[in-house]
Every structure is written in C-alpha cells, then in structure tokens.
Design a binder for this molecule. Structure first.
Ligand code: ZN
Ligand code: ZN
Length: 66
C-alpha cells in the first residue's frame, strides 16, 4: 500500500502539499514577521512583560512606585 500525493510536509506547521513548489510558496507565510513574543521578566503587579530586567525595573518605578 503506497501513499499518493501530498508528501511535502511543512516543517513549521505540518500542512501537506503535492509539490515542493507549493510547499515553498506556502513557506512564505512563516517568513512574515511574527508579533514579538515577550520572553523576558514580567511585572508582578500588572503582568506586562519586558525584554530585560532593567526595563521591568523602570516600569515598576514609573507605574507602581516600586
Ligand atoms: Zn506551514
Ligand atoms: Zn506593572
């Protein structure tokens, strides 16, 4: 038993395509700039995330008087 078609799978999202060309074309959607994912420390008071401890500190001082 063999599988026909759709053997080109997108590594990023798992979508399957019939040809490499289609897969490549689809790949463009993953090249678009993504919204920044906050990965730094977050404010314990309001939950906002920052890129660095310094930014968090500045925020906490400004907004929460900490
Ligand atoms: Zn994809
Ligand atoms: Zn805050």
């Amino acid at each position: 038993m063999s599988l026909f078609g759709k053997k080109f799978e997108c590594q990023a999202c798992g979508m399957k395509f019939n040809s490499e060309a289609e897969l490549r074309q689809h790949g463009a959607v993953h090249m678009a700039p993504k919204p920044a994912v906050p990965q730094g420390p977050s404010c314990p008071a309001c939950g906002v995330s920052f890129r660095s401890q310094d930014e968090l500190k500045a925020h906490a001082q400004q907004h929460h008087g900490m």
